[in-house]
Design a protein around this ligand. Structure first.
Ligand SMILES: [Zn+2]
Length: 272
């Protein structure tokens, strides 16, 4: 994919108003292209995840909204938490907090920002050798079952383990929107990580499938945005097929990829 960096905010962030009160902030020059979502009610806003941490996400979000902003961390992977430093009010699942308190080292982030992962230049002032994600000391907790009232809009927190244990998704039930984070997205689903569990992932997909009749649209953190809620049913069935022993199609991202058209499932390589 080629992207005109001139059209990106600060030379880095893509900004798309998806519908009233929902803005997607992407990082298309990085291979992961993680998406963060600014969700606004009448009284306050939630920012779901904060991306890789290069560029001034705080400045961008202040340009997008005058409402007080609470960051909701979906899970503790480096490509979703990097910009936390720009915000004061941050909440995360209990299972993400130890990693957030530790931060990510300069060495770890230098690997993540390797030129092979980039299709353009990093924002001005970014030193890829000193792009570590600083430890956070003051993080509030969110948990499955919490309801975040933004004024005229409510986000429900739903546990979605599988990709990793602490992962959550957020449901705006009244508007039929699922923010699928790293649980469901239209690209290769990462189930190959040390922290992934295929059986747990299947249970999550089975639970999310029960929401599909009430959903209008899904906005997720990787891949094509948006996608049709019905794709979650296909993901559930595909995961069951993979667990039952379907042969993989090829290697990808350190694992073995199963292709299912609009999405894939990447599983661990068998121990050799
Ligand atoms: Zn992740």
């Amino acid at each position: 994919m080629t992207t005109e960096s001139g059209t990106l905010w600060g030379g880095w962030f893509s900004v798309a108003r998806l519908e009233p009160g929902v803005t997607m902030i992407g990082e298309p020059l990085h291979s992961e292209d993680p998406k963060s979502f600014l969700v606004e009610g009448s009284d306050r806003a939630v920012l779901i995840d904060t991306g890789i941490g290069v560029g001034d996400l705080g400045h961008l979000v202040r340009e997008l909204t005058r409402l007080p902003v609470t960051v909701v961390v979906s899970h503790a992977h480096w490509d979703h938490v990097g910009g936390n430093r720009h915000f004061a009010d941050i909440r995360a699942p209990a299972g993400a907090q130890a990693a957030l308190r530790e931060g990510w080292s300069d060495e770890r982030m230098a690997r993540a920002l390797d030129p092979r992962e980039l299709s353009g230049t990093l924002p001005t002032g970014t030193d890829p050798d000193h792009a570590g994600i600083p430890p956070l000391s003051d993080v509030g907790t969110i948990a499955a079952g919490d309801r975040i009232d933004l004024g005229g809009r409510t986000l429900e927190v739903i546990a979605a383990p599988g990709h990793c244990p602490e992962l959550i998704v957020l449901l705006d039930r009244a508007n039929g929107i699922l923010f699928g984070t790293d649980a469901v997205y239209a690209a290769g689903l990462y189930a190959q990580m040390d922290v992934s569990d295929l059986d747990v992932y299947l249970a999550t997909l089975t639970a999310l499938a029960t929401l599909v009749p009430d959903l209008r649209i899904v906005y997720s953190s990787h891949g094509t945005v948006p996608f049709e809620p019905g794709l979650i049913l296909a993901m559930r069935d595909a995961m069951a097929e993979v667990i039952a022993g379907r042969p993989a199609d090829r290697e990808e991202a350190g694992g073995l990829r199963h292709d299912f058209g609009a999405f894939g499932i990447i599983v661990p390589k068998p121990a050799s």
